[in-house]
Design a protein around this ligand. Structure first.
Ligand code: TIU
Length: 217
């Protein structure tokens, strides 16, 4: 079985039952001048993931393995946005540089050009931070026969963490790629990765993408 050099120890995986999850690589979070930057964040902290992710996705496609993309966002009437989320995110649904912020169908809500999904790749629209809550992700993974997930995307301590925790509780083994996940806050990036692999891999494994690329080349 291919085995990746990871923390806290080797991550062995069966390519036939492993899927790549690319979380929320959306213009609203990553583009200069967008929603993320308007909140005072440095998008460069997220944009450094684009290069490694481009290489990984390309290799994953060549290997013929499944890729699932997610997007955080809401229906235009915000009926799927809990009032509690809206109270702490009053910009959701407002007009931003790239259309209504985090609204499905708007330019800013979609995935950045560099990582555009190819036909046949699943795109999961999610109203929450976790990719399992109120989505078809569980059913999709069951249909694929997936047991292990390679997790990438943004942001490390928010949507990546929530999704990995959800996945771990559902029995999936998750490998998080440090160079393919990003946080606006360097200290959260470091702590977020440490939390995953701590205590013997309390809810996953952490590796760098070249260690995985070697195994699927
Ligand atoms: N995708 C994701 O993490 N959504 C967020 O709201 N992240 C923040 O860091 N705000």
């Amino acid at each position: 079985m291919p085995t990746v050099d990871a923390r806290p120890g080797p991550f062995a995986f069966d390519p036939d039952t492993t899927a790549l999850l690319v979380i929320d690589m959306q213009r609203d979070f990553l583009l200069p001048g967008g929603f993320g930057e308007s909140l005072g964040n440095d998008v460069a902290e997220l944009r450094r993931t684009i290069g490694p992710l481009t290489a990984l996705i390309s290799a994953w496609r060549t290997a013929g393995l499944p890729i699932i993309h997610t997007r955080e966002g809401h229906l235009p009437d915000l009926s799927d946005c809990p009032p509690a989320k809206l109270r702490r995110g009053p910009m959701i649904g407002q007009k931003g540089t790239f259309g209504r912020i985090l609204i499905r169908g708007e330019y800013g809500h979609d995935i950045i050009d560099e990582l555009r999904p190819e036909p046949g790749e699943v795109v999961i629209d999610k109203p929450g931070k976790g990719a399992f809550y109120a989505t078809e992700l569980s059913a999709t993974l069951e249909k694929l026969g997936t047991r292990q997930l390679v997790v990438t995307g943004v942001t490390t301590e928010v949507c990546v963490h929530t999704t990995v925790r959800e996945a771990n509780d559902r029995g999936f083994e998750c490998l998080v790629l440090a160079d393919c996940v990003g946080s606006y806050f360097p200290e959260f990036q470091q702590a977020g990765l440490e939390m995953i692999a701590a205590q013997g891999g309390i809810f996953g494994w952490v590796a760098e993408s070249p260690a995985l690329l070697k195994e699927i080349a």
